[in-house]
Design a protein around this ligand. Structure first.
Ligand SMILES: CC(C)(COP(=O)(O)OP(=O)(O)OC[C@H]1O[C@@H](n2cnc3c(N)ncnc32)[C@H](O)[C@@H]1OP(=O)(O)O)[C@@H](O)C(=O)NCCC(=O)NCCS
Length: 382
């Protein structure tokens, strides 16, 4: 039986997640209480025991400058003895049906193995990486703007820097809504420090949030969660502030994705990915294609077929709508993975065709590629 998590299940569910993800059950309140805002927890019950779970976390993601309602999938597990029996699909059916009902148009996740979720419509479209850089390499050249330590009063301006950056990418979560409940004070207290750049009094143009870690010497690591700025001089100031730790923390581990512009300020190629979490996406509803922003210069009518049904995407003035349509037999035809890749701009039409996820007419390939071309980034693990 697939149902929602109930209050009485919380202890069993905590044990299920601990068993799956290798953590000792933490003392105190349950990890995922039934009533935590922004989470819908679906479980499978067999003979009175919890044997599986999937959580839908309520998010919004930036795509093409617009916020797209997103079902962030977490806590996917099936009890050891029940694995391989096909429990995952009914769990996902229940979870994604409800996610659609609350308006989610896409679903994303950090899969432990891509193969588990392909049948369910997800494809890997990016990754969240930990890049380890020799701290001294962050001492970049060029002009820099003044910086200072942030206080709680700076948090609205810090959130605004993140939002300006995120709106220009495909993929990042908005960090708003019920799944991001941290208060301004909690955000500041999460880090050893948040350093902001302030080129003119009262104007915050960038920030870096960092954790100093313990000890000093060869094994010490400085950890950076966000490194975001509006302009080159602010980035240079922030990078140099990190370089100041070089004598005590010889390496800095920076959370990043894709090829971020700040990496092109470094003089050497130093830096290696020490941890990578691939990020998967599924399109839940064809309406997702009408929820994103497009380049204003492109006017197009694009017929395509998905899941056996014909549609036409009409793009004009930066917006689009999608409607059912009769399309020719040889119309552009995408699989779930193909649509996920196209939506995220993660693979060109050529890449989708190479993998067999796009067949039929290639007449519109260049237009589709131009429509979705934008860097893909993700910053928040869940
Ligand atoms: C992942 C997990 C939930 C799958 O449960 P399950 O009961 O085996 O799921 P199902 O039987 O419904 O379907 C499993 C499908 O995924 C595939 N799969 C399972 N583990 C896989 C892996 N490591 N790599 C690739 N594919 C995998 C199976 O081949 C199967 O596909 P098929 O039906 O085409 O053969 C379970 O193995 C588990 O709890 N693992 C530990 C926790 C975990 O990794 N959770 C995922 C977090 S993102």
């Amino acid at each position: 039986m697939i149902r929602h998590l109930a209050r009485d299940d919380e202890e069993q569910a905590t044990r299920l997640w601990s068993e799956a993800f290798g953590e000792d059950p933490p003392p105190g309140p349950p990890v995922n209480p039934v009533d935590r805002p922004g989470r819908r927890i679906h479980v499978a019950e067999l003979d009175g025991r919890l044997v599986g779970s999937v959580i839908d976390r309520e998010y919004d993601s930036w795509f093409g400058g617009r916020q797209v309602p997103t079902a962030g999938i977490a806590g996917v597990t099936v009890a050891v003895e029940q694995r391989g029996a096909g429990l995952l699909r009914p769990l996902f059916d229940a979870c994604l049906t409800e996610a659609r009902e609350r308006g989610a148009l896409v679903s994303t996740m950090f899969p432990t193995a891509a193969g588990i979720y392909r049948r369910l419509g997800y494809e890997v479209v990016g990754s969240l990486d930990d890049l380890e850089v020799p701290t001294a390499e962050l001492d970049v050249a060029g002009d820099a703007v003044p910086l200072r330590r942030a206080t709680v009063d700076d948090v609205p301006a810090i959130r605004a820097v993140h939002a300006r950056w995120a709106a220009q990418q495909h993929g990042p979560l908005t960090r708003t809504g019920p799944s991001f409940p941290a208060t301004d004070a909690e955000l500041v207290n999460e880090f050893s420090g948040i350093t902001v750049t302030e080129p003119a009094p009262g104007h915050v143009s960038g920030y870096v949030s960092w954790k100093r870690g313990t000890g000093y010497g060869e094994s010490a690591r400085l950890r950076v969660a966000d490194l975001i700025a509006d302009d080159r001089h602010s980035l240079a100031a922030l990078l140099r502030s990190l370089a100041g730790h070089a004598s005590v923390a010889p390496f800095t581990v920076i959370r990043t994705s894709g090829l971020e512009p700040w990496r092109l300020l470094l003089r050497s190629n130093a830096g290696r990915v020490v941890h990578r979490d691939p990020y998967g996406l599924a399109v839940l509803d064809v309406a997702a294609l009408a929820a994103v922003g497009y380049p204003t210069a492109i006017e197009a009518e694009l017929p395509f077929r998905w899941r056996g049904a014909g549609h036409v995407l009409t793009v004009s003035g930066g917006s689009a709508h999608v409607a059912p349509a009769t399309v020719p037999d040889d119309a552009r035809t995408v699989t779930d993975a193909g649509l996920a890749m196209a939506f995220a701009g993660a693979q060109s039409s050529a890449g989708q065709r190479l993998l067999g996820h796009l067949t039929g007419s290639g007449a519109d390939d260049a237009t589709w590629d131009a429509l979705v071309s934008r860097p893909f980034h993700v910053r928040d693990y869940f």
